[in-house]
Design a protein around this ligand. Structure first.
Ligand code: CAA
Length: 291
C-alpha cells in the first residue's frame, strides 16, 4: 500500500464530534473538502452540528465570511454514526475519539480494513503516539499524528508527528493538507511524550502551580503576568480551564507513565479539582467560577 498524494484527497473523515473533532471537521469543510464527522453518540453529533452552525452564523454576522460560503461549508459537512460507510470512501482520516488506547486501536483496525488502500490514517491524540495504533491498521507507513489545538477553528498550529515507520509521502501529504486547511504545521521527527506544544505548555503550568501553591502570588496575578509581561493570550490557569482539567490531568498521567519522572506527575491541586467535578469552563467551575 502507499499513501495517496494531496490531489487524491476529496473526502475527509473525522472520528469523534467533541470540541476538537467537530471544529476540525469545520476547518476541513471551510477549506473546500467534503467531510464526514462520525460519532457513536447521536446527541453529541446533534450538539456539534448546532454549535458549528452557531459559529458560522457568528462569522457571517462579523462579516468574516459570506452567508453563501458558510452555507456551502456546512453543506459539505455530514454527521453520521456509521463508521463503516463513512470510512469506505474516505481519502484522509483524522481520529479525534476518546483518549483510550484500546478504543483507538479498535478504530484503526477497522479503518485498516475499510478505508481505501491509499487513505492516510491520522490521530489527533496529544498523548498517544501513532506508533501505538499503526500496527493495528495494517498500513503503519500511512499513519501519523495530526495534532490540532483548542479551539481548532482559531489556532494555527498543527503538529505532524511521525513514528519510525511513517513514510515520507504520508508526512508530506499531511503537512500539505494542514496548509490547505489554513494552518501552519510543524513537523516532529520523533515521538516524545507531549510532543512540543504540550511540553512548553506543561513547563509553564508546572511553574504557575508551584508559584501558586507556595503562596507567592494569586492565580489572577499569575495569569495577568503571563498576559501583560509575556504577551500570552491567556494565563496558565485560564488556559487549563479552557482545555479542561481532566484533559490536563490525563496529559500529565500519560507523560508520567512514559517518562517515570516525578516532575511529570499530575499536580495534586489539579487532582483535587477533578475529584470535585470542577473540570474548567465546560462544567462552569475550575480554577475560576464561570457560573
Ligand atoms: N471556538 C471557536 N472560535 C473561538 C472560540 C472557540 N471556543 N473562542 C474564541 N474563538 C474565536 C472568537 O470567535 C474570535 O473570532 P474573531 O477573531 O473572528 O472575532 C477569536 O477566536 C478571538 O476570540 P475572543 O476575541 O473572544 O477572545 P481572545 O482574543 O481572548 O481569543 C483565544 C480567544 C483564541 C482562545 C485566545 O485566548 C487564545 O489563543 N488562547 C490560547 C489558546 C491555547 O493556548 N490553545 C492551546 C491549548 S493546548 C491544546 O489544545 C493541546 C492539547 O493537546 C490539550
Amino acid at each position: 500500500m502507499s499513501a495517496g498524494g494531496i490531489g487524491n484527497i476529496k473526502h475527509v473523515l473525522v472520528i469523534g464530534s467533541g470540541a476538537m473533532g467537530s471544529q476540525i471537521g469545520m476547518v476541513a469543510a471551510l477549506a473546500g473538502y467534503r467531510v464526514s464527522v462520525q460519532d457513536i453518540a447521536e446527541d453529541m453529533l446533534t450538539r456539534a452540528k448546532e454549535q458549528l452552525a452557531g459559529r458560522m452564523q457568528a462569522n457571517v454576522a462579523k462579516g468574516k465570511t459570506s452567508a453563501e460560503d458558510a452555507e456551502a461549508a456546512l453543506g459539505r459537512l455530514a454527521f453520521t454514526t456509521d463508521l463503516d460507510a463513512a470510512a469506505a470512501d474516505a481519502d484522509f482520516v483524522i481520529e479525534a475519539a476518546t483518549e483510550r488506547l484500546d478504543i483507538k486501536q479498535q478504530i484503526f483496525e477497522r479503518l485498516g480494513r475499510l478505508a481505501p488502500a491509499h487513505a492516510i490514517l491520522t490521530t489527533n491524540s496529544s498523548t498517544l503516539g501513532s506508533s501505538k495504533v499503526a500496527e493495528a491498521s495494517g498500513r503503519p507507513e500511512q499513519v501519523c499524528n495530526m495534532h490540532f489545538f483548542n479551539p481548532a477553528l482559531v489556532m494555527k498550529c498543527v503538529e505532524v508527528v511521525r513514528h519510525e515507520r511513517t513514510s515520507d509521502a504520508t508526512v508530506e501529504t499531511t503537512l500539505e493538507l494542514a496548509r490547505r486547511f489554513g494552518k501552519e504545521p510543524v513537523l516532529i521527527n520523533r515521538e516524545i511524550p507531549g510532543f512540543v506544544a504540550n511540553r512548553l505548555m506543561g513547563a509553564i503550568q508546572k511553574e504557575a502551580l508551584a508559584l501558586h501553591s507556595a503562596g507567592i502570588a494569586s492565580l489572577e496575578d499569575i495569569d495577568t503576568t503571563a498576559k501583560t509581561a509575556l504577551g500570552h493570550p491567556m494565563g496558565p490557569f485560564e488556559l487549563m480551564d479552557m482545555v479542561g482539567l481532566d484533559v490536563i490531568q490525563f496529559i500529565a498521567e500519560a507523560t508520567y507513565a512514559e517518562t517515570g519522572d516525578d516532575a511529570d506527575r499530575p499536580h495534586p491541586a489539579i487532582a483535587d479539582l477533578v475529584a470535585q467535578g470542577k473540570l474548567g469552563r465546560k462544567t462552569g467551575q475550575g480554577w475560576y467560577n464561570y457560573e
